[in-house]
Write a protein that binds this ligand. Structure first.
Ligand code: BGC
Length: 764
């Protein structure tokens, strides 16, 4: 894309030193201004679930106070909404707040895959599945950028799936796994939502720092995916500014002032860096500044928000309710059936002091906070008493608190216990070492259940917790994740029945940490983490091993039920010219008594692949509109060649193998309601025949087989000679390269035969 004329003009007027300075920020949160030429500074701020605009220059580690902003549900919660429309609306609100606070680029969303439940930043990521991460990430970016003058920064590119040793560790990942699991989310966001910027990760990918990785930053994202925006470093990710610039890293944040700029100038003067490469990065910085004309103005502390804080809070509340996942609801204990005279025991400090966001660079200073206790009190029918006991101290065991809670539970009609992880348990910067809830909380559950079996547990945690050791004590479990400043209101709406849960798990909840596919290879050691589970991440792994889990990917109950019917799949077009499309439809009907949305999931299975593939992979999902009892909706998906393909490490491209494919629609990866099989034709995979191709490969090749049979010939009875007459021997040594068989007497293959065969092969 040619530069706009004034950008080209500016580029021509900049000195070398000015150009170098533009490739670094001027402080922690701003790009460098060049007042002489009227080039303003623009502001970048975290992200991703609320703005963290720091007044002045910030605190230089960027973690402390920020201007009030709406704290929306974190990505772990939004991921469970499976709702791109809702996510887009949240993005729009973020864009509005960014504009109001003079922020040009919002640092988010984070779309890294949840490889292990232990990753300290899982609360900032959407899913273990690349489709969910990509679709929701794209929706958030589209929403943020809908203001036209605010951009997003998709992060952390790429393979930043842990916090342990995050600035040095090399994520060692094979090509197919990168392409099928860790890159498609970024690819979808970049190609569909066209983010203004992408943020490179701290870590190395296969030994090369993301910030200096030419393949990632240039060949893949620009040449292959067509990214035209700006590549910014994660804060402090640049080790060698010249190498990073050459790899495609346009902007270093925060700036190593006096060091990185001097290195760039020296490298150009010394001839190690082509000035044209520097110019390209500068041009991208200028274009970015150019896209954000009305920002760069610090609004300062204490200034009115400049956005409709009430409306955004209401959106945060609706979103919180939309994201919660009802894991279990024995005997339909929820929604609470309350009448005058009942007592609800609300237990747990989190009911009064909610956990609603994670720690680290994404921490937002909320405009207000709702707690569940007040919200439940406000919502119960007249005559219902709501009593509270904290039950446990945050981080301490307190027998008196527990005893008080148990006594309250004993005299209540229903107990609602608000449990969760402590802020100190999960954060940016470190990974967890266990999936367990704090011991003082799990110890309390069994005692509460003994006092009153009508026990509901409401969870607040950013990363998945283990349930298998305590959930049998409860009748209902509502997983709310870290769902923002209106978490309390959202939970209350669901408990009382003002809203109907429609969230689904965007990650599997295993019975135990040890079952997680990454368990033996997380977080690695000695500077390397080997992604040994390959493509079998999350449900792909649990399902391949047939492991029982607490709750499968996609799971989420509601206060109603749905029937799935009339699955159809129609194949049109052909794979050869990439017009292949499979239109899949199915009808879902609300067969229960309450209105609700249903998340319909489409899984694809390739039963005959030559590459080992997960038993099923999510290739489409849709959230219906709210369906009234008895109401039906037909949902439609469109699959394309890529959705049926795997990444071939031989061909270094996506490969579709013709044959049958099973398509299943369902409510979870393990609750497939309807399945149909389609037959897809695709050109056979070309096999490169040479002297190292095996006998089996020669025999399977449409041309090679005939040549080989002709060369070996038949005996006087018309039977094949040598090895071709001995099927058992073919089974034993058929996997030998043909040239190796030339040394074996009596097989009918010698060096002359091989030379002859190679000479007669048509050009491949
Ligand atoms: C985080 C980024 C964040 C940046 C700026 C880094 O430590 O990894 O996600 O955007 O800081 O706060």
């Amino acid at each position: 894309m040619p530069a706009p004329p004034h950008v080209a003009t500016l580029l021509g007027e900049l000195t070398l030193e000015e150009k170098a300075s533009l490739c670094l920020g001027s402080d922690f949160w701003h790009t460098a201004p060049i007042p002489r030429l009227g080039i303003p500074a623009i502001a970048l701020s975290d992200g991703p679930h609320g703005l963290r605009k720091q007044p002045d220059e910030g605190d230089h580690v960027g973690i402390s106070g920020s201007l009030p902003a709406t704290c929306f549900p974190t990505a772990s919660a939004l991921g469970s909404s499976f709702d791109p429309e809702l996510t887009r609306r949240v993005g729009e609100a973020l864009g509005v707040e960014a504009l109001a606070q003079g922020v040009a680029v919002v640092l988010g969303p984070g779309i890294n895959i949840k490889r292990s439940p232990l990753c300290g930043r899982n609360f900032e990521y959407f899913s273990e599945d690349p489709l969910v991460s990509g679709v929701l990430g794209a929706a958030l970016v589209e929403g943020m950028q809908s203001q036209g003058v605010v951009g997003a920064s998709v992060k952390h590119f790429a393979a930043n799936n842990q916090e342990t040793d995050r600035l040095r560790v090399s994520a060692d990942i094979d090509e197919r796994t990168l392409r099928e699991i860790y890159l498609p989310g970024f690819e979808r966001v970049v190609t569909q939502a066209r983010p203004w910027t992408v943020m490179c990760a701290y870590n190395k990918v296969n030994g090369v720092s993301a910030s200096e990785n030419y393949w990632l930053l240039t060949e893949l994202v620009r040449d292959e995916w067509g990214f035209e925006g700006l590549m910014v470093s994660d804060w402090g990710a640049v080790h060698d500014r010249v190498a990073a610039l050459a790899a495609g890293l346009d902007l270093e944040m925060p700036p190593n002032l006096g060091v990185s700029d001097a290195a760039l100038v020296a490298a150009v003067r010394g001839g190690e860096l082509d000035e044209a490469v520097l110019d390209r990065a500068v041009e991208r910085v200028l274009r970015l500044v150019d896209r954000a004309p009305s920002v760069g103005v610090d609004v300062g502390e204490g200034t009115k928000p400049g956005f409709d804080a009430d409306a955004h809070h209401a959106l945060a509340r609706a979103a919180a309710a939309e994201c919660a996942v009802l894991l279990k609801n024995d005997g339909d204990l929820l929604p609470l059936q309350l009448s005058a005279g009942d007592t609800v025991a609300v237990i747990g400090e989190f009911a009064r002091t909610p956990r609603y966001q994670g720690a680290g660079s994404s921490r937002v200073n909320p405009t207000r906070i709702e707690n569940a206790l007040d919200e439940i009190r406000a919502k119960v029918p007249d005559g219902v008493r709501v009593e509270f006991a904290p039950g446990f101290g945050i981080g301490t065991t307190d027998d008196e608190l527990a005893a008080e809670a148990i006594a309250l539970a004993g005299r209540a009609s229903t107990v609602v216990a608000f449990l969760g992880l402590l802020e100190a348990d999960e954060s940016e910067g470190f990974d967890r070492t266990s999936m367990d809830l704090p011991a003082n909380q799990t110890a309390l559950i069994s005692r509460l259940a003994a006092a009153n079996p009508n026990l509901v547990v409401v969870l607040a945690n950013g990363s998945a917790v283990r349930l298998s050791d305590w959930e049998h004590h409860s009748q209902a479990v509502l997983e709310c994740w870290l769902s923002g400043q209106a978490a309390g209101g959202g939970a209350a709406d669901l408990l009382i029945g003002a809203a109907n849960p429609s969230g689904r798990l965007a990650e599997t909840l295993p019975l135990r940490l040890e079952d997680n596919p990454s368990y033996l290879n997380f977080p690695g050691e000695h500077g390397h983490v080997r992604y040994g589970e390959g493509v079998f991440v999350g449900y792909r792994g649990y399902d391949a091993l047939g492991l029982p889990v607490s709750y499968p990917f996609g799971h989420g109950l509601s206060y109603t039920s749905f029937d799935y019917a009339d699955l159809t799949a129609t194949v049109t077009g052909i794979a050869e010219d990439d017009t292949l499309t499979v239109a899949v439809t199915c009808m879902v009907t609300n067969t229960g008594k309450r209105p609700r949305k249903e998340v319909v999931q489409l899984y694809v299975t390739d039963p005959e692949s030559s590459a080992r593939r997960p038993p099923r992979e999510l290739k489409g999902f849709t959230k219906t509109t709210t369906l009234a009892p008895g109401e039906s909706q037909t949902v439609t998906f469109h699959l394309h060649t890529r959705d049926l393909s795997y990444w071939s490490v031989r061909q270094h491209r996506w490969v579709l193998e013709g044959g049958p494919f099973r398509l299943s629609v369902g409510a979870t990866s393990r609750d497939l309601r309807l399945t149909t099989t389609i037959e897809v034709s695709a050109p056979p995979l070309p096999v490169q025949l040479d002297s190292m191709a095996t006998l089996e490969e020669w025999l399977a090749h449409p041309v090679g087989s005939g040549l080989l049979r002709e060369a070996i010939g038949v005996d006087e009875h018309g039977q094949p000679r040598g090895i071709l007459g001995d099927e058992e021997l073919i089974r034993v040594i058929g996997n030998f390269p043909i040239i190796r068989l030339a040394a074996f007497p009596g097989l009918g293959i010698d060096h002359t035969t091989v030379d002859h065969l190679l000479g007669r092969l048509p050009p491949q």
